[in-house]
Design a protein around this ligand. Structure first.
Ligand code: ADP
Length: 214
């Protein structure tokens, strides 16, 4: 089937995932990247120090504060935030290049980050909010996570209330009770969103051929 729109390259999409900490977004995102090699994680820029096991360009783009400010001034970020004196941001050029190459880019951001990404790239973003099955389950998962302390769990539980309030801003919400069921929902969202008309690069030409215009 040469000349078929089905075989034409598609534009990637931005899959923006948020959740209260502990609801399972990292777990779900990892499963997605394992199954789909054309789903890549957005690499943020930051002014914080690299930890010993972190690689520049892989875990983060490590930048000086001066460079980071220049990037802000040059409108090089899709979104950025200052958290406890450190800057974090999503470089625009990386994302655009991935989308044009037909890769989907995953974003693990809070509701403010999700809003900012949607403002900048409204046609490319698909947003998913992951909810825990219950407040008790969320607390248990936070407590069971490696390196957690009771203070950290208490703080995350308070932050969770504030994050959950924004659930209506998202295109999809997934209740992560049974992990396999939740994952199946996430992969279906990805698969169906990939087929949206706007993402099929060459449909325009295909239809014009059908109409005898080309
Ligand atoms: P987040 O990225 O949202 O902070 P994580 O993906 O780190 O959350 O998950 C928090 C903890 O809950 C992890 O220990 C993970 O293995 C566990 N977890 C995730 N999803 C489920 C699930 N559906 N059922 C039980 N435990 C889960």
């Amino acid at each position: 089937m040469s000349n078929s729109a089905e075989q034409d390259p598609r534009r990637g999409l931005m899959l923006v995932i948020s959740s209260p900490s502990g609801a399972g977004k990292t777990t779900l995102a990892r499963m997605l990247m394992k199954e789909f090699e054309d789903v890549v994680l957005s690499v943020s820029a930051t002014t914080r120090e690299a930890r010993p096991n972190e690689k520049d360009g892989v875990d983060y783009h490590f930048r000086t504060e001066e460079d980071f400010r220049k990037m802000i001034a040059g409108r090089e970020f899709l979104e950025w935030a200052k958290v406890f004196d450190r800057y974090y941001g999503t470089p625009r050029a990386d994302t655009v290049a991935q989308l044009e190459a037909g890769n989907d880019v995953l974003f693990d951001v809070d509701w403010q980050g999700a809003d900012a990404l949607h403002d900048q790239m409204p046609n490319d973003c698909v947003s998913v909010f992951v909810l825990p099955p219950s407040i008790e389950a969320l607390e248990q998962r936070l407590a069971a996570r490696e390196g957690s302390s009771p203070e950290m769990v208490a703080r995350r539980m308070r932050d969770a209330q504030a994050e959950i309030l924004h659930w209506r801003r998202y295109d999809y919400c997934i209740v992560n009770d049974d992990l396999q069921v939740a994952y199946e929902k996430l992969r279906r969202i990805l698969l169906v969103e990939r087929t949206k008309r706007l993402r099929e690069h060459n449909l325009e030409d295909h239809v014009r051929r059908l109409l005898g215009e080309l």
